[in-house]
Design a protein around this ligand. Structure first.
Ligand code: FES
Ligand code: FES
Length: 189
């Protein structure tokens, strides 16, 4: 019996598959990865299928839900909507290493304390967006949070706990020593 290709079910129109591959180096979480792939391959699939970092999730595949959020050069980006070619020499940070940053560590602690997670599927993207918000806006208002997080959808409706956890993380972040955690390995200063 043929095996079900779950990836193809999730993305039946994967135009990059079967096309000419090129060898490129992608920088993820502080490590350089040599990758053979079509330049149009979404970064999400490079992370998950080629490099094996499956913490970043596939949701909508068209840049609308935020489940696939990573950082590129410290800024949140939808990895399903960024081609491998467009990343270039950018430094990619994923959920697997965001805790190496001060803001990422503060957010992850606050997430645990507030027990934010329900099913968990959206939460990698939520944490990546939340940590980027705190790095940019250390004391965010509710309006700041709503604006920054509006593109991250949670089907379980954890939004009140997300907002509370971001406030808690921001309060902790303000108290952390500047050199207490350092930048994530993939982020340039
Ligand atoms: S999977 Fe990328 S935004 Fe939904
Ligand atoms: S925790 Fe289930 S989708 Fe967000």
């Amino acid at each position: 019996m043929p095996r079900l290709d779950r990836r193809r079910v999730c993305r039946p129109d994967a135009p990059w598959e079967g096309r000419v591959s090129v060898s490129v180096t992608v920088h993820v979480n502080g490590a350089a990865h040599a990758v053979d792939a079509d330049p149009d391959t979404p970064l999400l699939w490079v992370l998950r299928d080629i490099i094996g970092l499956t913490g970043t999730k596939f949701g909508c595949g068209v840049g609308l839900c935020g489940a696939c959020t990573v950082w590129i050069d410290g800024k949140p980006a939808r990895s399903c909507a960024r081609s491998l070619e467009s990343v270039g020499a950018g430094a990619v940070t994923t959920i697997e290493s965001v805790g190496d940053s001060r803001q990422g560590a503060a957010v992850q602690r606050a997430w645990l304390d507030a027990q934010v997670v329900q099913c968990g599927y959206c939460q990698s993207g939520q944490i990546m967006s939340a940590a980027a918000l705190i790095a940019k806006t250390p004391a965010p208002s509710d309006a700041d949070i709503d604006a920054a997080m509006s593109g991250n959808v949670c089907r379980c409706g954890t939004y009140p706990r997300i907002r509370a956890a971001i406030h808690a993380a921001a309060a902790e972040f303000a108290l952390l020593p500047v050199h207490g955690g350092g930048l994530p390995k993939g982020r340039r200063g």
